[in-house]
Design a protein. Structure first.
Ligand code: SF4
Ligand code: SF4
Length: 370
């Protein structure tokens, strides 16, 4: 049986340049990403890529897509929620996130940003933010919700728009991400950390992206990641979009991918290269400690850095202290050895190395390189 579907007359005047869902779109997104997403990438002149000719590509692009692909999206009931954060842990797209509001943020928030006192992080209010335009409608979050009466229910996207998009936007712009300080870094507490892999192009309900997302929550600000060609490259960096992103300090995973058969060597090479540079830095510092003319303050900071060189915990603080002490010393006198150390300050932070690949890569072709 065929049914006629009437095409609205207004569609005759439809344009392809629909108003952007995100009001602040960087030039790169407007001039390159949007053009490619309109299937007009072939029209881009080479000159459009000036500034990116070395092959680098800006990250955090998926946040501007706001695809609105879900038919059904979750709605949160603050009364029924037990604040376990299992929904956020399992969400493949980082589209549902528990947020901690300070007292000031709670007072300033509009009534639509519902919140309750946080059970674990005392002194903060708890709000569950949902990006309905990035949600894929998989329902995994609802399935995970252990509350006696589910604290999440699915509703049609049209029932929550445009207010749903505004609420997410408000939370992103006005509520800072806070590191949990009370209790263990368990499932619930891990979800207060900002995911640095968000809104990937993975299929609805993907079982791989929640793990990749979690790794970025725990280590993302100092992560170096080698990825084998496959599903995890497609959802992460299917041109022109990249789902890896940066935190408020501009720190995030450095990502690159290699062919299936070389990924292990590629990631191992990254590790060896960084290890070699850091080992050389340590040797130079030890030589300075033994015979160099350096202040007592710089000496103690170098000793502390050497002691914690391979520890992730506190590495950013030690790196920042060493960089500041070197700057101070160099402001007083021009010293070639101190300058050489300062030039490699990017390597003061202990990096977290990862190699991602699927089972075919791990069991078969790719793993041999290790
Ligand atoms: S429905 Fe799926 S994509 Fe949407 S918030 Fe829940 S788990 Fe995430
Ligand atoms: S899974 Fe349910 S109870 Fe747990 S935080 Fe999410 S909405 Fe609340």
């Amino acid at each position: 049986m065929l049914h006629e579907v009437a095409v609205p007359a207004a569609w005759a005047d439809a344009t392809e340049d629909a108003p952007a869902a995100c009001d602040e779109r960087p030039d790169f997104v407007r001039n390159i990403v949007d053009v490619m997403n309109r299937q007009e990438g072939d029209e881009l002149p080479v000159s459009a890529f000036l500034g990116y000719e070395d092959g680098t590509w800006p990250v955090g692009i998926t946040a501007f897509e706001k695809r609105g692909a879900a038919i059904m999206v979750p709605v949160w009931d603050a009364e029924k929620c037990v604040q376990c954060n299992k929904c956020a842990f399992a969400c493949p797209h980082a589209a549902i996130r528990p947020r901690l509001l300070s007292a000031e943020e709670a007072v300033a928030a509009p009534a639509s940003i519902e919140h309750r006192p946080c059970r674990i992080q005392k002194g903060f209010e708890f709000h569950m933010a949902i990006s309905v335009l990035d949600c894929t409608g998989c329902g995994v979050c609802v399935g995970q919700c252990p509350a006696k009466e589910k604290a999440l229910t699915m509703t049609k996207l049209e029932n929550v728009m445009p207010e749903g998009a505004r609420k997410w936007d408000y939370a992103e712009k006005n509520i800072t991400y806070k590191k949990p300080t009370q209790g263990k870094l368990n499932v619930a507490n891990s979800q207060y950390l900002r995911p640095l892999n968000e809104f990937s192009g993975a299929c609805a309900g993907c079982g791989e992206t929640p793990y990749a997302k979690l790794v970025t929550q725990l280590f993302g600000d100092r992560m170096m990641l080698s990825n084998s060609a496959g599903c995890s490259t497609v959802w992460a960096a299917g041109a022109p979009s990249v789902s890896y992103t940066t935190d408020e300090n501009g720190h995030g995973p450095a990502w690159g991918f290699s062919l299936f058969e070389d990924n292990a060597e590629y990631g191992f090479g990254m590790f060896l290269g960084v290890a070699q540079i850091r080992a050389t830095l340590a040797l130079k510092m030890k030589a300075l400690l033994e015979g160099g003319d350096i202040s007592a303050a710089l000496r103690s900071i170098m000793e502390e850095w050497l002691e914690g060189k391979d520890l992730g915990e506190g590495t950013r603080e030690r790196a920042a202290a060493l960089t500041a002490a070197l700057d101070e010393a160099l402001a007083e006198k021009d010293d070639a050895e101190l300058k050489a150390l300062r030039e490699k300050s990017d390597f003061f932070v202990k990096r977290s190395h990862w190699i991602f690949g699927g089972d075919g890569w791990a069991y078969d072709i790719g793993y041999g390189g290790l």
